[in-house]
Design a protein around this ligand. Structure first.
Ligand code: NAD
Length: 252
């Protein structure tokens, strides 16, 4: 923890009502940032804000569905005239549904939140970051960005695809001072299990083979600390990177 690392920085954190997003909002605020916490879970966001306020940090909560362009526009206009950090954390699982069993609603929902939502937020902050001469975007992807045995087809596809978005943004906007990087967690103690209940018995059995090497679940702050570092000036030469924070799972 570096309590002055983000002094005077303005940060947006999506998915800030729970898990890794909450831990990220709390950490960025503890390290000096003014945090705009966004989520569809308003009760969760308020809990996040209360925790930040109890530590004398700065946090504004804004209800925002990352899949909804009007919500995203409203969020960015409410933040004001400067955005230094965007942490794209909001995400959902896909009940481990494999290709032959996935329904359109699951596919669309997962792609909308995990991929299109990241595009909407990242696109929305770019004009301000370009005008101010720089900014840092950190996107939470997954071990499922690298391999197929940790989720169903929708989640795996969304998390592979979002790496392309992260790298494209890094390549095209790096010369404008904007850095875009991804963090790839393995298992983390959060509430994502609500969308992870297996709905296909044979698929979870098959996924279990890959999960046999899964390390114990990390704490959400173990991911937030990596997000905070990537967003900080200490990572000023890190752009387009895919940083695993999975306890070594990807090396198994
Ligand atoms: N927990 C894990 O084991 C794990 C592993 C790898 C990657 N991840 C990734 O970490 C990120 C955070 O997940 P988590 O584990 O903290 O889960 P979580 O369920 O605890 O938190 C996710 C938050 O995102 C919010 N959210 C969902 N849809 C939204 C939308 N449309 N708009 C705004 N907010 C929305 C939820 O309300 C929730 O508060 C996700 O991108 C997830 O894919 C998690």
């Amino acid at each position: 923890m570096d309590i002055s690392r983000h002094t005077d920085k303005i940060a947006i954190v999506t998915g800030a009502g729970s898990g890794i997003g909450r831990a990220t909002a709390i950490r960025l605020a503890a390290e000096g940032a003014s945090v705009f916490a966004c989520d569809v879970n308003e009760v969760g966001m308020q809990d996040t804000k209360d925790e930040i306020s109890s530590q004398d940090g700065q946090c504004v909560v804004i209800a925002c569905d990352v899949t909804n362009q009007l919500d995203v526009d409203r969020l960015v206009s409410q933040v004001g005239s400067r955005i230094d950090i965007l942490a794209n954390v909001a995400g959902i699982m896909d009940h481990f549904l494999p290709l032959g069993e996935v329904d359109d609603a699951t596919w669309d929902r997962v792609m909308n939140v995990n991929l299109t939502g990241v595009m909407r937020l990242s696109r929305a902050v770019l004009p301000m970051m370009i005008t101010q001469g720089g900014g840092a975007i950190v996107t939470v992807a997954s071990k499922a960005s690298l391999s197929a045995g940790a989720a169903g087809v929708s989640y795996t596809t969304s998390k592979h695809a979002v790496i392309g978005l992260v790298k494209s943004a890094a390549y095209f906007y790096g010369p404008k001072g904007i850095r875009s990087n991804a963090v790839l967690p393995g298992p983390v103690e959060t509430n994502i299990g609500t969308t992870a209940t297996p709905l296909s018995a044979w698929a979870i059995e098959r996924a279990g083979l890959s999960m046999a090497t899964m390390p114990p679940a990390a704490k959400a702050d173990q991911i937030a600390s990596v997000i905070s570092w990537l967003a900080s000036d200490e990572a000023s030469n890190v752009n387009g990177s895919v940083v695993s924070a999975d306890g070594g799972w990807a090396s198994a």
